[in-house]
Design a protein around this ligand. Structure first.
Ligand SMILES: *[C@@H]1O[C@H](CO)[C@@H](O)[C@H](O)[C@H]1NC(C)=O
Ligand SMILES: *[C@@H]1O[C@H](CO)[C@@H](O)[C@H](O)[C@H]1NC(C)=O
Ligand SMILES: *[C@@H]1O[C@H](CO)[C@@H](O)[C@H](O)[C@H]1NC(C)=O
Ligand SMILES: *[C@@H]1O[C@H](CO)[C@@H](O)[C@H](O)[C@H]1NC(C)=O
Ligand SMILES: *[C@@H]1O[C@H](CO)[C@@H](O)[C@H](O)[C@H]1NC(C)=O
Ligand SMILES: *[C@@H]1O[C@H](CO)[C@@H](O)[C@H](O)[C@H]1NC(C)=O
Length: 414
């Protein structure tokens, strides 16, 4: 009996969804819409990626997107709630922008006491603050921004940076996005260049130190050296209970922010993400795809042009041939029933190739009649020579009555 209860307990334990796991630890290798509380324009794609904004161009106050872990987490121990727990999170993100390195605003990992940001502004306020409450200590919002726009008014020194935001969008500390390779070499990461990037955020509640590390997925191990290692006491910022999630806001420039996987742990190391099972995201308008489309377009245009040239060429040749072999039956010809069509004569003389000599009003050419193979002489009367024509007709009449071994008999059907 006790064994049965034990088994049931084990089953109940293992069947728990990650959203209700113990000790404020969770892991999402891809998302279901029910895994998160989504608001504003945030959605979960069919493939299981969290899409914070749909990326459409926005005007003031911009488009916002929020996604929070449904349960509130305890960040401080009562009584007194003075000391902040350590926490650790890691996630994989990708920013799709029409204009890499000059796209819309970035997104932020957020700890907040509430999840209603209806009063917040998109764009540089990251969908978390507005002009009135920016920097107000009563916000109790802590964020790590992955920003892709340089904002003079927010003290940004770089258009591609990671920053620490306390109660406002003016970063207390920021660094251009870079990572360290396994050989200790510092490399730049362009955040909004459709690079899949893994991020680690770790806070040591005891030592009051915050570390932020990033690396492209091509370097799946956490670099030994953090991008940001910043001393900060979060105990005045964080309340005893806080929500944890992501926020973004875009304005004027398009950018799409995707979170592909996420894990979190309180007082411990965030669980490893399964990088082999990341959800796919719609990749549109990449510069590569654009140039491929251009290539397709140019090739199609060239093929069409080639076709046109061939068509025009063929119809020109047909026309020329027709013109060369076309004829007009003149009145006098009616009297001669053994008329050979011009086409036949043209063929017989191979296009008036071999000139035998020049006679009055035209040249004489050698020809071979098809079928019979009889050799003939063909006289071509100069065009427009009326007198020549008359003489030629008279010549024909007399010839017709003559018999000579060098003259072809007028045989029907030649
Ligand atoms: C959860 O945390 C408590 C202490 O807060 C500890 O006793 C317990 O073993 C932890 N459970 C797991 C599954 O880590
Ligand atoms: C998520 O939604 C549930 C149900 O509407 C609500 O109880 C909970 O407080 C919400 N959590 C957040 C983080 O907004
Ligand atoms: C969010 O707060 C605004 C007022 O600030 C309120 O009108 C709105 O109903 C709240 N939304 C939710 C979902 O609670
Ligand atoms: C943010 O920075 C701008 C420009 O330096 C400054 O005018 C503004 O007062 C700052 N806001 C806060 C809340 O620090
Ligand atoms: C971290 O450092 C160790 C030794 O110092 C090295 O073996 C390892 O490859 C490094 N890891 C990364 C991801 O750089
Ligand atoms: C942050 O990084 C420093 C060294 O870069 C390290 O000594 C410290 O343990 C790290 N803290 C956390 C919370 O990872």
């Amino acid at each position: 009996m006790s064994l049965l209860i034990f088994l049931v307990q084990i089953l109940a334990h293992t069947c728990r969804s990650p959203a209700t796991s113990l000790n404020n630890t969770f892991l999402f290798n891809g998302f279901r819409p029910s895994d998160l509380n989504l608001s504003d324009s945030a959605t979960v794609t069919r493939t299981g990626a969290l899409s914070l904004t749909n990326g459409h161009l926005a005007t003031n106050p911009g488009i916002k997107g929020h996604a929070f872990y449904p349960a509130i987490l305890q960040f401080k121990k009562p009584p007194g709630a003075k000391k902040t727990h350590s926490f650790s999170t890691r996630f994989v993100f990708e920013i799709v922008s029409h204009f890499p390195e000059s796209g819309g605003h970035g997104f932020a990992f957020v700890l907040a006491p509430a999840t209603n940001f209806s009063q917040a502004t998109g764009g540089s306020y990251l969908g978390l603050f507005n002009r009135e409450n920016n920097g107000n200590p009563s916000n109790h919002v802590f964020a790590v921004e992955f920003d892709t726009v340089q904002q003079e008014k927010m003290n940004d020194k770089d258009g591609n940076h990671v920053g620490i935001d306390v109660n406002g969008a003016n970063s207390s500390f920021l660094k251009p996005a870079t990572y360290y390779t396994e050989f200790g070499k510092k490399e730049k990461v362009v955040l909004d260049c459709q690079t899949t990037i893994q991020a680690w955020i770790e806070y040591d509640g005891q030592g009051k130190q915050l570390n932020v590390t990033i690396a492209p997925l091509s370097h799946p191990l956490k670099p030994n050296c953090s991008l940001i290692s910043y001393s900060i006491d979060l105990s005045p910022v964080l309340l005893e209970h806080m929500y944890v999630g992501f926020s973004d806001g875009i304005q004027k420039l398009e950018s799409k922010h995707y979170i592909l996987a996420w894990s979190f742990a309180m007082d411990g190391k965030a669980p490893e993400l399964d990088l082999s099972r990341l959800p796919s995201i719609p990749r549109d308008h990449t510069p590569l795809w654009k140039s491929f489309k251009l290539f397709l377009f140019v090739s199609a245009a060239l093929v069409a042009l080639l076709f046109l040239i061939i068509r025009v060429g063929i119809s020109y040749l047909i026309k020329r041939k027709r013109k060369l072999t076309s004829e007009k039956i003149e009145g006098w010809e009616m009297d001669y029933p053994h008329r050979l069509p011009y086409k036949k004569i043209y063929r017989a003389t191979k296009g008036f190739k071999e000139e035998l000599g020049k006679g009055g009003f035209g040249s004489v050419y050698k020809g071979v009649l098809p079928r019979s193979g009889i050799e003939v002489a063909v006289k071509r009367v100069s065009h427009g020579s009326k007198q020549g024509m008359r003489e030629f007709v008279a010549e024909l009449s007399s010839l017709g009555r003559m018999r000579h071994r060098n003259l072809v008999r007028p045989t029907p059907g030649l």
